[in-house]
Write a protein that binds this ligand. Structure first.
Ligand code: C5P
Length: 426
């Protein structure tokens, strides 16, 4: 697809670099059209290097090519991120004083604008009137997110994360999703379990729940009835899913077990703690002082323990392997379809895919979605790369790097395919 990525002059222009990469890495041909002000934030060299094409700002830079008409006419999609208050005003007024506004006038492709600015500017009646005008003309406006703005203030006006923008832009051009999961009950687990030590402490993990939530949203969008077993996730729930909040691995097992008989597919995207503290202390575990430490001469209170001194030892016991338990319970049956996840790192013993293949065999589920993890990879990110391995095939399908919404759709494709091949006896 030929995409025009317009960038106007706001601090969030740096996020457009990641958005650009998402488009190019997913095979799209991108022409970046920055405004003059955008170049104050990210230079033309960055846009050209990332897109592999010149990034022009003015209509007079290469008049023989008639860029002010050609770029807009040839586009399949125009996305402007960030769209400043000034850009919205110029677009709403139909001005054509630079290459980007010319492109907006000449294109007949869908246009997606992602406003980003300070809350006051966003809420100003002038900006809101411009947004309403643009919407009335069929322009797609991605509502800004709320959160930390430049400086210390926060509020509505933040540019959504690149993965969200990518998904929002693709949703505009891709045909409405087919309701091909209609009639199926899909249970998705998401997030990370917490195993309490005492009333204030727990052992947890870094799973954000984003991927599981994206799968739940995608399955619901494709017509499935979705139960989302959610372990400690700080995200808005997909409106169409029934959310069952859980805390520990045992809670999660009980929630999934209770739905086993009614589920057509169970997707175990949650990061389940393998171990939990052997005992739970009903009262907060105290930070004790050395028994022989008398009062400190200057303060009159016992001296605090030295940093690095031994603290209490926590004994751990194993949690059940819920995924393996589901496979055992299904036995020789075909439903529910069971999909596991594998967060892997490659090492001397094999690649991420080698380890995932071994896990698929060990766990006996129908498919494993493997992703590579590391400090900056996967956990909490909006973009993910997965390898899909199926028990009925030696092939590996790799998806990404792509927005978690795109990855979620690929997981739904697997659910649909496996469910088609495992029609329960009537
Ligand atoms: O064994 P490992 O933790 O690598 O396998 C990951 C897969 O197993 C994930 O699908 C996860 O949800 C599931 N799992 C589980 N119970 C555990 C640990 C992991 O169901 N105790």
């Amino acid at each position: 697809m030929r995409v025009v990525l317009g960038v106007s002059g706001g601090i969030a222009a740096y996020k457009a670099c990641s958005l650009l990469r998402l488009f190019t890495e997913n095979g799209h041909d991108v022409t970046v059209v920055p405004t003059r002000a955008a170049l104050e934030f990210v230079g033309a060299a960055t846009w050209s290097a990332l897109s592999g094409k010149p990034a022009r700002t003015d209509v007079f830079e290469d008049p023989a090519q008639v860029p002010h008409v050609r770029i807009g006419q040839q586009a399949d999609l125009v996305v402007v991120a960030p769209a400043t208050a000034d850009l919205l005003a110029r677009a709403a007024a139909g001005l054509a004083d630079d290459l980007l506004t010319n492109t907006l006038l000449t294109t007949r492709a869908p246009v997606v604008l992602a406003p980003a600015m300070h809350t006051e500017m966003w809420e100003h009646p002038a900006t809101q009137a411009n947004v309403a005008t643009l919407r009335s003309r069929g322009v797609h406006i991605v509502d800004p997110a709320s959160g930390r703005l430049t400086g210390a203030d926060s509020g509505a006006g933040r540019l959504p994360e690149p993965g969200e923008l990518y998904a929002a832009a693709l949703a505009v051009v891709e045909p409405a999703t087919k309701p091909d999961l209609t009639g199926l009950h899909v249970v998705v687990t998401a997030g990370g379990t917490r195993e309490p030590l005492d009333p204030v402490r727990f052992l947890g993990n870094r799973s954000s729940g984003k991927q599981g939530y994206a799968i739940a949203a995608a399955a619901a969008a494709r017509g499935a009835r979705v139960t989302l077993v959610s372990a400690n996730v700080a995200l808005p729930a997909p409106t169409e899913a029934l959310v069952v909040p859980v805390t520990t691995a045992l809670d999660l097992r009980d929630a999934v077990d209770a739905r086993f008989g009614d589920a057509d597919a169970i997707v175990m995207a949650a990061a389940v703690a393998d171990f939990r503290p052997a005992t739970y202390a009903a009262a907060k575990i105290k930070k004790t002082h050395p028994p022989d430490a008398g009062p400190d001469a200057s303060t009159g209170v016992p001296a605090p323990q030295e940093e690095g001194m031994p603290g209490p030892t926590v004994e751990l016991v194993r949690n059940p392997d819920i995924l393996a338990g589901l496979v055992r319970r299904r036995g020789a049956g075909v439903r529910p379809v069971i999909v596991g996840f594998a967060a892997e790192t490659g090492d001397a013993d094999g690649t991420v895919v080698d380890h995932a293949r071994a896990k698929l065999t060990r766990k006996g589920c129908d498919a494993i979605i493997a992703n590579e993890v590391g400090v900056d990879k996967t956990f909490g990110q909006d973009v993910n790369t997965i390898h899909i391995l199926r028990r009925d095939s030696a092939e590996v399908r790799t998806v990404g790097p792509a927005a978690k919404a795109v990855v979620a759709d690929a997981v739904c494709d697997v659910i649909r395919d496996l469910a088609d091949h495992s029609v329960p006896p009537q």
